[in-house]
Design a protein around this ligand. Sequence first.
Ligand SMILES: [Zn+2]
Length: 292
Amino acid sequence: MNNNQAMPPETHRFKLGTFDVVVVRDGARVAPNPGEIFGTNQKPEDVAALLEKNFLPTDSLVNSFAPTLINTGSDVVLFDTGLGEGARKDGMGRLIEGLAANGYSPDDVSIVVVTHMHGDHIGGLMEAGAPAFPKARYVIGQAEYDFWKDDARKGTAAENGHNLVLKNVVPLAEKATFIGDNAEVVTGITSMMAAGHTPGHMIFLIESDGKQMALTADTANHYVLSLQQPDWEVRFDMDKAAAAQARRKVFDMIATDRLAFVGYHMPFPAVGFVETVGTGYRFVPKTYQFEL
Ligand SMILES: [Zn+2]
């Protein structure tokens, strides 16, 4: 892992049509016992066997975070904000540094889009008690906001998430537009509901000059375990059946349309394609497709 804080974080920049896309590796975390996160309804030896078959260790996995900036020429749109200041002592929360290395300051961001409200996506919205992107307005899913903001989350497994939303999202609500399925964020950027991981989880379809791409956020959280076995249950998915259904719907579309996608937790630079193999999908990392 490259969490070396003396070096700038890894970033990856490419053109989609006329849009400038910058993917930043906000950080990465090692988790033990993959079978306690992915395939929780499977035999541990089956999870281990799939990892081994894919040349991966069976005792731990790496989860990395890839917030993405898209400059459309008229707007600078940031999708999710990484873990933020609270994770910096552990070498994460490096979004702002990564943007700076590509010539973007926090003041340049005109719109922040929130795909869903887990801490690795909204942790970087605030910085020292103030908005981290001071000139931005926000585009937020209505269903997601309504769920996490609700006092009914107190005393449930979602209480920590509720508290983080009160701290990081509620103060920004007056500058937010609340959206649902099939909403246009700006020309060329459209929302699509893909709920299950969280109640209002959304993905985004991007189009510029005839070129297309999807930002799939947390529809799939591991490039092998979630994609090759989309029906396996994942601890992070709040509604496991709906999440599996969303994975199938989104990655069937991506495979059929041969779309490129950025997946927030795919191996950095988190950009690739999928092909259908058996009853699942195989992740095909991008190479030079955007250079030609
Ligand atoms: Zn996530």
